[in-house]
Design a protein around this ligand. Sequence first.
Ligand SMILES: *Cc1c(COP(=O)(O)O)cnc(C)c1O
Length: 593
Amino acid sequence: MRLVSTFDKILHMSGQPTSDIEDVAEFYAAIDRASLTHKISVERPYVYTTMEVYDAANGIRGAGGLGVLAADTRRTAEALEIPFVMLTPYYQEERHQEMTNLVPKDTYTPRSPIESGYEKVGDIAVVVEGQKDAILEIYQKILGSTRFLTMSEPNFGALYVGDASEDHRLYQEVALGLGGYAALKMLELKPAVIQLNETAATFAAVARLDELCRNGMGLYEAIVYVRKHTLYTNHTLVQAAEPEYTYAQFEKYVFPNLVSPALKHFIAGLFRNGQLKLNNLTIEIAEAKNCVSRMHAKVIDVHDLSGERVEFKAITNGIDLDTWVMPEILEFYRSREILDKFDMPGANFRDVLGQVTAADLRSIKKLGRAKLNQELQNRKNQYGQVVQIPEDAMLFEFKRRFVEYKRPWMPFEDMGEIRSILFESNAHYIMSGMMPGNVGSGDKTYDRLQVMLKNIDNDPFLRERVHYITDYDESLSAAMSAGADISINVPEVGWEACGTSFMKDIGNLTLLISTSDGGVADVEPPEVFEVRGDNYNAEIASLYEQMRAASAAVKDDTQWVDRVTKQLATYLPMICGARMMRDYLRFLFKTDN
Ligand SMILES: *Cc1c(COP(=O)(O)O)cnc(C)c1O
C-alpha cells in the first residue's frame, strides 16, 4: 500500500518510498522478463556502483545530476521491490553555499553514517604501496528490497577533490570498487549484474575478475563472464578531464590489492605510453554500454585501443516520480489511470490526457505554489532575505548546476527585454544552482554570474522580481518545479547528455522552454517551447520570443491545458523511472530464458 509520497518526505528529510505492487514478479512479467525472479535475488542483487549519490533523506549528498540519477534508480528499484545494492562512498562532509554582498561562499557541514541511520558491518583494508593500509569502515542501510553499502574513513576526502588524474582520486576509485566488492563478499552477496556509473566505478568489475581468477578460472574465461555481467553507463558528453593514470600509480594503488598475476598482466597490457585511461579499461571489461539519451548515444565519440569507435546503446534517464512530482498531481495521474500500478503510463493515458480540463489542473497547480512558498520560508535570496512569491503572480524558474554550457545568464543578456517580459506578465523569476565553489573572480562562469547578479541589482524593478536562492538542493528543486508556471532549460546544443531537471518540470505540469538537447531531443521536434537559432544572439531572441509565447499560454486556459497535457503525453513514457529500469533490465537480460 502506498502511504505518503516522498515529495513531502524529501521536504522533511526522512522516509522512504512505498509501492502498490505485491511482488516484483508482477513487474518482471509485465516487461517480458518473468525469468528474472530466478536471476536476481537478495543474495544475487543488481549492484549499482557510483562515486556519487544525491539522497538527503539517506544522509548522502552528491554534487549534481549523476548522483540524483543514482538515488532515483535505487528508489525506483525499491518501489518495484527489485533486490538492489548501491555501492557508494560515504562522504563525511556536505557542501553548502551562502552569499554575502553577492559573493558566494562554500561551507561544509559534518555528517556521520551512524547519525544518518547506517549500521557498521565491518572493516576492509585497502593496501597502498609504501604506506599504512587504509581501513575502510563499511556501513549499510537496508531500505525495502534495496540497501546502501557505503565505505568511509577519516582521510577519504571530499567528492571530486583535486584533479581527476591525481593519486587521491585513484585511491577513492580503488576504495569504491575493490573495497566495495570486498564488502559485498563480506555480506555474502554475489552480484547478478554490476552497473558502473561512469568509469570511476570500474574497479568493482576488476575486483570481480580478480575473484574469479583467484578461484581458478582462466583469465579469458573470467573476462567473458565479467563482460556479460557488467554494464558501463556513460554520462559525459564533454569529457572535461578524463581520468588517466600512470603505471606507477597503478603499482601503488591498484596492483597491491589484486591477487591474480594474469589479471595484472592483462591490465598492464592496456597502458599506452605509460598511461591508462579508465575508459579503455572499462570498455574491455563491460560488454553492455549505454549513454543516457538518444542524442548522447549518437554523438558520443569514444574509441577502443584499436581505434574503433565504441557503440553505446541509448537508455534515456528517468526520474522517480514519487520523489519529484507533488503528491496531489501524482494522485491525479493515478486516479485517472494516466499512471498504472508500476508508475508507467496507463494503457489509454494519451486519450485520458486529451480530456483533462484546465479546472482539473489549475487547483492542484495552485497547491504547488503554496508548497514552494513553504520551502522558501527556510531559504535566502542573494540578499540574505526570505522571499515569497505572490499567489497571483506568474513565475518563471531556472534551476541547475551553474556551469557554462547550461547558460544561466542567458535570460539576462538583454536587461530591457527581461524587464519588459516580467513587467507585462506580472511575473517573478526565481533561479537556483550552486555557483562554482570558492573560485573567485578569474573563473569565467563565476565572472558571468557576478555580472548577471550586479545587473539585476542595478535595476530597481528586477531587484524586486528576480530571486536567486542560495544553497540549491533537491527539496528546493522539487518545490521550484511544483511552484513555477514556466521553466527555462537552455543548454548549448550538443552538451547536455540528458538532464533530469526538465523531467521534474514536465511531471509537475510546468511549461518548458528548452533548447533541443539531451533527453528533450529524444522527441523530434520537441514538444516544448523550443529555443533555436544559428548563433547565440539568435538563440537569445528566440528565448525571449518563447518566454512571451509561454506567458500568453499560461494566461489562457485552453492553450495552457493543451500545452501542459501535450508535453506530458509526449514525455511521460520517457520520464518514468520504471521505464528506465525496464530498459536496463531488458538490455542486460536480452531474452526471457
Ligand atoms: C534534478 C537535480 C539535478 C539534476 O539536474 P540536471 O538537469 O540533470 O543537470 C541536480 N541537482 C539537484 C539538486 C537536482 O534536484
